[in-house]
Design a protein around this ligand. Structure first.
Ligand SMILES: Cc1ncc(COP(=O)(O)O)c(C=O)c1O
Length: 511
């Protein structure tokens, strides 16, 4: 059979591809970032992703794959890695290769390997379409330990555990049995009140506690938003690069993601308006764009609100780490500027308290509260009443604001040390983007030809995490570099991490 062309040479692996195929490209890149415990080589990970794309039907019998040269360029890996991934799949019978026809997908081989026997994707009918999309995108993975330079982690050693312990014991003494019951599906009223006052005071969010829904995480908020507001094929404006948790939640719902480039003022609303004027939703991280770090300008905020009013579209404002601005006060939330109830505001305690707390919140327009609480009750009922009660006390007794102030000082100092050390050890290779706040910095590779994935792999072998910036893009135009966390690292571990990273970056330069 004559192979049908799939990817043109020099273009991304799955150009203008349907959702599942684009998701595979993203999954391929993010595999490098996932589970550092996974003892697999880069070529094994690449071959596994291609194998999965074949098994779940994203790649078909006869589809032609790019040359090893193109694959290597698209994924920023070395050509020998691409070659060994293809050779492995040829060995297993998934791919055929011939002079003239290049590399193409074979009929799925009858011979099954032990790994394939274990996989649900062997039976394409086993999962729903939604399940297959989720399976192809893979798990959202968060760092489980503190190490250089995992992104987005707070300084857990500085959390006031004795205070938390005291408040926990007090609550259990006072309301022990009550807190063992099922709780309010919308969230503990005391905590909703504490959140609403905090938001009014610190973020300019004008809401009453009746609009606050307490959830387990921002991720859950994104899933709930998708479940309640998106139908298959709905268009969503997405910052590009952007937060992968949002990309996967909306994609799982069958939405069509519209990548919108970013400049120094944040999402380019003008481009979004021409690409998809009637989109159903826009997802933004306006106070501190994830991952590049800029603030969405006031003019663009107003443009966004005006568009949402006109089109009756929704703005999802993810304010995940706005509390940490180091050089000036953070700009007030879009929510406070909107007079038309088009904004859904997401906040999380993962960064300002600790990720294990599993408490976040969503502020919704009044008209949506009832439906959203019903939706939330279907996912998992409610968040732990005990955690909510202790958190409410922590906020009401003044510990929360004090903790925030201390952490802001600590992170500012760590950011300064991080930048100094980066300049000293990696200044010839990496260019940190301006960072007024946040827990991580996007650091671009100065030489566009540098292999970000290869560097990340070698860094991982040396015990250093370098989350890839390129894995966060939806569109083909990518910048290459790393999203490097600093907030959880003591000055000594920042220095030690940079010292170990320097020779890896140097050896890439001389390749
Ligand atoms: C933009 C953004 N939103 C949300 C989160 C995570 O919040 P949660 O742990 O509540 O899901 C992160 C974590 O890095 C993030 O970068």
């Amino acid at each position: 059979m004559k192979p049908r062309p799939l990817a043109r040479t020099g273009k991304p692996l799955f150009p203008e591809a349907p959702l599942e195929q684009r998701a595979v490209t993203g999954a391929l890149l993010t595999l490098l970032e996932q589970s550092s415990a996974m003892p697999a080589t880069l070529s094994t990970r690449v071959s596994r992703a291609i194998r999965m794309a074949i098994l779940n039907g994203s790649l078909h019998h006869g589809d032609r794959l790019p040359s090893t040269r193109s694959l290597a360029a698209d994924l920023s890996i070395s050509r020998s890695t691409a070659e060994s991934a293809y050779a492995q799949l040829e060995d297993e019978g998934f791919l055929g290769r011939s002079v003239g026809n290049g590399t193409y997908v074979n009929a799925v081989p009858a011979r099954t390997t032990p790994e394939r026997k274990k996989s649900i994707t062997d039976d394409p009918g086993a999962l729903s379409l939604r399940g297959r999309r989720i399976d192809a995108m893979g798990a959202c993975v968060d760092p489980r330990e503190t190490r250089a330079f995992s992104a987005g982690m707070p300084a857990l050693e500085s959390f006031p555990l004795p205070t938390w312990q005291r408040l926990l014991a007090r609550r259990l003494r006072q309301d022990g049995e009550q807190l063992l019951h099922y709780g309010d599906q919308q969230g503990l009223p005391e905590l909703r009140e504490a959140i609403a006052s905090y938001l009014a005071l610190s973020r300019g969010v004008d809401c009453d506690p009746g609009q606050v829904i307490v959830l387990t995480s921002s991720q859950q908020a994104l899933v709930l938003v998708s479940m309640m507001l998106l139908d298959g094929g709905d268009k969503v404006w997405m910052e590009d690069p952007g937060y992968r948790g949002a990309q996967t939640a909306f994609s799982a719902a069958g939405a069509q993601l519209v990548p919108v480039p970013i400049d120094a003022d944040g999402m380019r609303i003008g481009l979004a308006l021409s690409a998809a004027p009637h989109a159903r939703m826009a997802y933004v991280t306006p106070s501190h764009q994830y991952p590049l770090g800029m603030t969405l300008s006031l003019e663009r905020r107003l443009q966004l609100i005006e568009w949402a009013r006109r089109e009756k579209s929704w703005i999802v404002e993810d304010d995940y780490d706005s509390e940490f601005h180091y050089d000036s006060r953070p700009v007030a939330a879009i929510h406070g500027l909107d007079r038309h109830e088009r904004v859904l505001y997401i906040g999380t305690f993962s960064k300002v308290m600790f990720p294990g707390i599993r408490v976040a919140y969503l502020v919704v327009p009044r008209t949506l509260v009832k439906a959203f609480v019903a939706g939330r009750s279907q996912i998992d009922g409610h968040t732990s009443p005990l955690m909510q009660a202790v958190l409410a006390d922590f906020m009401n007794d003044g510990h929360f604001m004090a903790h925030l102030r201390r952490m802001r000082e600590l992170y500012r100092a760590r950011r300064d040390i991080f930048l100094e050390e980066l300049h000293r050890h990696a200044g010839r290779t990496l260019l940190p983007q301006p960072m007024a706040g946040g827990l991580q910095a996007a650091c671009l590779l100065k030489e566009p030809s540098s292999h970000d994935a290869g560097i990340a792999l070698r860094a991982r072998e040396a015990g250093i995490d370098l989350p890839l910036l390129s894995g966060l893009y939806l569109g083909p135009q990518k910048q290459h570099g790393f999203v490097m966390g600093f907030s959880a690292l003591t000055p000594a571990s920042i220095r030690e991490g940079m010292r170990r990273l320097a020779p890896i970056l140097r050896s890439d330069r001389v390749r």
